[in-house]
Design a binder for this molecule. Sequence first.
Ligand code: FAD
Length: 447
Amino acid sequence: MRNYQQDRPLTKSAIVIGGGLVGSLCVSLLAQRGYKVTLFEKRGDIRKLESANGRSINLALSHRGRQALKLIGIEDEALSHSISMKGRLLHNINGHTKSVIYDPVSNQCIYSIGRNYLNRALLDVAEKDPNVRLCFHHKLTDVDFQTGFITLKSIKSGEILQTTADLIIGADGAFSSLRSFMQKTALFNFSQNFIDHGYLELCIPPERGGKLHPNHLHIWPRRELMMIALPNLDNSWTVTLFMPFKKFESIRNSENLLHFFNDIFPDALPLIGETELKNFYFSNKPSALVSIKCNRYDMNGKFLIIGDAAHAMVPFYGQGMNAGFEDCFLLNEILNETRDDVGRTTVLFTKKRQIEANAICDLAMYNYEEMRDLVTKPSFVIRKLLDTYLAKIFPRIWIPLYNSVSFSHMPYSKCIENKHWQNQILYATFSLLILVMATLVVLLRAI
Ligand SMILES: Cc1cc2nc3c(=O)[nH]c(=O)nc-3n(C[C@H](O)[C@H](O)[C@H](O)COP(=O)(O)OP(=O)(O)OC[C@H]3O[C@@H](n4cnc5c(N)ncnc54)[C@H](O)[C@@H]3O)c2cc1C
């Protein structure tokens, strides 16, 4: 066993576990503050791999993510490698489409960005900082909260090392190792909820990608299930099919599959291609979707979990990464506030973030229903029209839910509160209108 102490830091030292999107951003933010930071990632360096399998190929980047990227100076570069999506393009079962613009008042967009590109760009930024040391192929295997030491194993050599730092951050994803050690301590509550729908990634190749209306997030809403497509820079589209596991299991052979697609997604089938569809579908298994909540993210004044490790959510609001980036933004703000008092910072992080993270986990769950079902309902269309109209008249007061989540940094819980009072006002106004009309009818009849 090698005992390993970090070199004396410039001011303070930090360790980040997990070099995914959130971990690699966090490393740069801390290094910028003068922390000497070591990143431990169990996998190899993604920049040396052809592709990262098993995860969505592109993601929707929105305001919260952008503001964190701005802090490390790569917002503009990231946007220049992305494709703007100004609205949803809904495909009905007959192949007719309808565009629903996210923000008809001020034309704000979300952006489709490659996961691999972004992860590589973040690691490049981190690596350029002399305060950063990147250690790939190192897996967190043990944590001693009393002494503050953690144990890592080198995947390549099998060597074990023990180390510590002033601040130890777990950005090690939904199945976080650091969190699993926290879960064994008293008063740490945790919930994990797998939904009974899974997802499978398909693709529309570049040569047929031009047939889809550009600059939109395409949705094929089908009540019990849905398919979406996000654009890539090479003109291809990443298509994700979300449906109950039972439905996935019921499609057993090519005939079933083509029949299903012809029935449910007739306009998408020629774009994906029959042969390609069969290959994708039968050579991959649907992945599960999980929502995770914890009652705290800090431990012993030194340890903190962020990103999916703290609050994994189902992907239907396109906020998992954005919320994880916002964690980094918030951490930076709290470190400013406490003047780098790490103990107070970790406690304050839980205090400020936990309600918000729970709120976005709930919103993400709600949005699945909106995307696969509610968007097709007349009530949704009417609400969208009313929201647009009222947002035009009262731009500072009437902020529709989607806008507050995706185009602002309003606390997520406040976004929900806003939606509630807006619902109440609309409900009261409609009730009043009906009452006035009914009274008029009665009066007119009496005359
Ligand atoms: C289908 C799908 C679509 C999505 N779309 C969007 C979207 O449009 N917009 C959006 O904002 N979000 C989206 N998300 C969510 C987003 O992918 C996640 O929120 C984000 O990737 C979380 O990043 P992370 O760094 O916290 O975790 P991860 O990306 O899971 O990274 C964790 C890292 O930790 C490493 N690690 C794990 N255990 C250890 C260990 N013991 N020791 C060392 N290293 C370890 C892993 O190898 C990994 O590199 C989507 C998710 C899915 C599933």
